[in-house]
Design a protein around this ligand. Structure first.
Ligand code: SAH
Length: 487
């Protein structure tokens, strides 16, 4: 198994800095023993202009098989002969990834005591792996590395170069090139994606693999278009771990999306009021409309689902008609901000007994949501991928079943009225979809029908004669008949 990392340089930024970054001196060949064999690090070339480090992993196939057996499940096949005749010693794979992280651990963390400025600097990098097992072929290799900023060459390796008619093997020759990445980023990409492409981990995948994946994936895995495939393959398709990892990645992604942006466009818009008064921001109008609808419904115990930073919870707390207010969000960061906003830690006992915040995902049925008078989903549904919407529908209308449900979402038709919004853009980077009035009505109507609710639509913000209001709100009321049945 063989991998080279090459960088180029100038007298000011010599290529030999690679030696500092890798913590391995370019003048010395070094060997490290790993549990599967020996890893050698050497520099075939090292001068100011160009420096290449090579990692060669000599795998002890017998040790590998023994180890695999001892652990209960190894990557090596079980048939007696195949145990000793397999491709592990020759192919780059998860073993190479493990060797990378062992031999270059400081480099992977981006640490360099001798030259602390180096790890954060992007530099020209070229990584070559002559034989990389790639289940999914060159196409998948491109889909995995290109979104990360690499220029990718993935050439299929023929089964036998003398007999081209035999076709291609499942190996590719991989070359990755970039000028925009740091070495630490590059190593973390390889650490995760080599075993993903190999799709056969050689060691038992345990729960702490989720932590390893999230650590190595920091900064690039959340939001990667192939996040799901990467996660599932990395965790050897163990569904419970994959689901756990996906949830945590979603949290990271949401926390990273700038929460403050959420209301920016809505609030920045100046409405034509014809007076000198400051116009009321749309977010405030939305809260007012929600509170009014809650009053009409007579609700006292209210869920704010996808409460974000807690503005609505705060407004509801000021109103004595609401005896219990529960904010739920999937983002811990949003909840932390909400808690600070509400000064939860300094609140008097009586006030504190009225409010609760907890973390949860609306895509899963949650018994904690049962038994409330009303639920609000203010600007939340559009943050879920459309295929996840039925899960939310069931969790709210099928399982939690509050008597009243308020759902608000942007009316995409109105977007042409936002001067600051380029044509065809959604209002917030994290919106997975935005609906026309008709689309929203169709969805809400079907939901009401399926779960025994009536639904009415209320415009929020100026109701434009042509394109409608900026925000649309659906007010669902459980029909008495069904309510009786459910009771
Ligand atoms: N309701 C607030 C925040 C809207 S932003 C308001 O009107 O201002 C959307 C919020 O939904 C974010 O805080 C996001 O973390 C949350 N969210 C997105 N997907 C979610 C899910 N599956 N479960 C729970 N909350 C989710």
């Amino acid at each position: 198994m063989f991998l080279t990392i090459t960088t180029t340089g100038t007298p000011e930024r010599p290529a030999t800095d690679l030696g500092y970054l890798l913590h391995k001196h370019p003048d010395r060949a070094q060997a490290f023993s790993t549990s599967y064999g020996t890893a050698h690090v050497l520099y075939p070339e090292a001068d100011t202009q160009r420096c290449t480090a090579a990692l060669l992993l000599e795998v002890d196939a017998v040790a590998l098989v023994r180890r695999g057996k001892g652990k209960g499940r190894g990557g090596a096949p079980d048939a007696a002969l195949a145990q000793y005749v397999n491709d592990r010693p020759y192919a780059a794979s998860s073993l190479l990834a493990v060797a990378l992280s062992g031999v270059f651990s400081s480099a992977m963390k981006g640490a360099c005591h001798a030259r602390p400025e180096l790890p954060d600097q992007a530099r020209p990098l070229r990584i070559e792996i002559p034989a990389l097992p790639a289940r999914g072929g060159p196409g998948l290799v491109l889909r995995l590395f290109e979104p990360l900023g690499w220029t990718v060459t993935a050439e299929p390796v023929a089964l036998d170069s003398e007999f081209p008619e035999w076709g291609d093997s499942r190996y590719v020759r991989l070359v990755l090139e970039s000028e925009a990445l740091t070495l630490a980023e590059a190593l973390r990409h390889l650490y995760v994606l080599l075993p993903v492409l190999d799709d056969a981990k050689h060691y038992w995948v345990s729960a702490d693999e989720v932590d390893k994946l999230l650590r190595a994936g920091e900064g690039w895995l959340p939001g990667h278009p192939e996040q799901k495939l990467i996660t599932s393959r990395y965790l050897s398709r163990r569904w419970s771990l994959t689901r756990q990892a996906m949830e945590r990645l979603e949290l990271v992604r949401l926390a990273e999306a700038d929460d403050s942006e959420v209301e920016d466009i809505d609030n920045a818009v100046e409405e034509e009021t014809g007076t000198e008064e400051k116009p009321t921001p749309l977010a405030v109008r939305r809260r007012d409309a929600i509170i009014e609808a809650l009053h009409t419904s007579g609700a006292a115990r209210v869920l704010d689902l996808g409460c974000g930073q807690g503005q609505l919870v705060q407004a509801l707390l000021k109103d004595a008609r609401f005896s219990e207010i529960v904010g739920v969000d999937v983002s811990m960061r949003a909840l932390a901000i909400a808690s600070r906003r509400l000064k939860l830690d300094r609140m008097g006992e009586r006030q504190a007994s009225r409010v609760k915040l907890f973390q949860g995902s609306l895509a899963y049925t949650d018994s904690r949501l049962k038994g409330y008078d009303a639920a609000v989903l203010s600007e939340v549904i559009e943050h879920l991928d459309l295929p996840r919407l039925p899960a939310l529908e069931y969790a709210v209308f099928g399982a939690a079943r509050p008597r009243t449900v308020l759902v608000t979402t942007p009316n995409v038709e109105y977007n042409v009225r936002w001067e600051s919004l380029p044509a065809g853009h959604v209002r917030h980077g994290d919106h997975r979809f935005e609906w026309t009035r008709e689309e929203f009505r169709a969805w809400a109507g079907a939901v009401a029908e399926r779960h025994g609710y009536d639904v009415e639509f209320v415009p929020v913000g100026p109701d434009d004669p042509e394109v409608g209001p900026p925000t649309q709100m659906a007010v669902f009321r459980m029909t008495t008949e069904k309510e009786a049945k459910a009771a």
